[in-house]
Design a binder for this molecule. Structure first.
Ligand code: UDP
Ligand code: MN
Length: 248
């Protein structure tokens, strides 16, 4: 049975986002049966981003929604609009696929192709894996005992029901469609981070977690997602001055 990997990426105008999006596009272009939903945090989409998306040959939707009043300027509202898009355009997204898995991939992280092919595509309910350079820790990861995840090995806010970064989980489309959970304007249970609120609001608990990339004490642990942050360039002037019409 074919499964569509649905990747949701909020993005906004900043110096590094065009090169960041090129990097992410070059990764995703290798993944078969992938649908990329890119949401511009702004009034209009960027021609430079559209050009990158067209270059991938991937199926995608690129839409613009400026952050609504009351939402933090961190892509929360854009991810919510993507969830609504998924729920009201499910058939168009899936095409001949029978099922899908939804992943929230930010524009500036670094992804191993195998994150999509080996982990995300195999998520039956809620998949969780390690994220490198995250939350003040070299790696944030689920603690795994007998295939279950009773707790999380994270430094920041470890008591959250789901102490996981946006890059560290994916949910099966059925879970998304069986709930109306969205990212709200705040998440108290997440001590500011939105992940645990979304997953709890989807009716999930820790017993639903399928850990990936964890082979136990003797096996090799893998990091396929890295919470990188691209440094803004130290430059003066504008690309346009040099004859390059790149709308960053
Ligand atoms: N983002 C956005 N609007 C903003 C700030 C961030 O759409 O005003 C997006 C950004 O492009 C990225 C995600 O939200 O895909 C997370 O933002 P960022 O990478 O700046 O946060 P951090 O890496 O510090 O969590
Ligand atoms: Mn980031």
């Amino acid at each position: 049975e074919s499964v569509t990997v649905i990747v949701v990426t909020p993005t906004y105008k900043r110096y590094t986002r065009v090169p960041d999006m090129i990097r992410m596009a070059n990764t995703l272009a290798h993944v078969k049966n992938l649908y990329w939903i890119v949401i511009e945090d702004g009034n209009k989409t960027s021609p430079a981003v559209k050009d990158i998306l067209d270059g991938t040959g991937l199926q995608y939707t690129y839409m613009a929604y400026p952050t609504a009043k009351g939402f933090p300027e961190k892509g929360w509202y854009q991810r919510t609009m993507a969830l609504r898009f998924i729920r009201s355009n499910t058939e168009q997204i899936l095409g001949p696929s029978k099922n899908g898995v939804v992943y929230f991939g930010d524009d500036d992280n670094s992804y191993d192709i195998r994150l999509f092919t080996d982990y995300i595509r195999n998520v039956k309910k809620l998949g969780i894996w390690a994220v490198g350079y995250c939350g003040g820790s070299p790696v944030e990861a689920p603690n795994v005992t007998d295939g279950k995840v009773p707790s999380f090995n994270v430094q920041w806010s470890p008591k959250r029901v789901f102490a996981v970064d946006m890059a560290g989980f994916a949910v099966n489309l059925k879970v998304v469609l069986n709930s109306d959970a969205e990212f709200g304007t705040f998440c108290k249970r997440g001590t500011g981070a939105p992940e645990t609120c979304l997953l709890e609001d989807m009716g999930l608990d820790r017993t639903d977690i399928e850990p990936f990339g964890w082979k136990g004490k003797e096996g090799q642990r893998k990091i396929y997602a890295w919470h990188t942050k691209t440094q803004p360039p130290y430059i003066k002037g504008k690309l346009e001055t040099f004859g390059y019409q790149v709308e960053i």
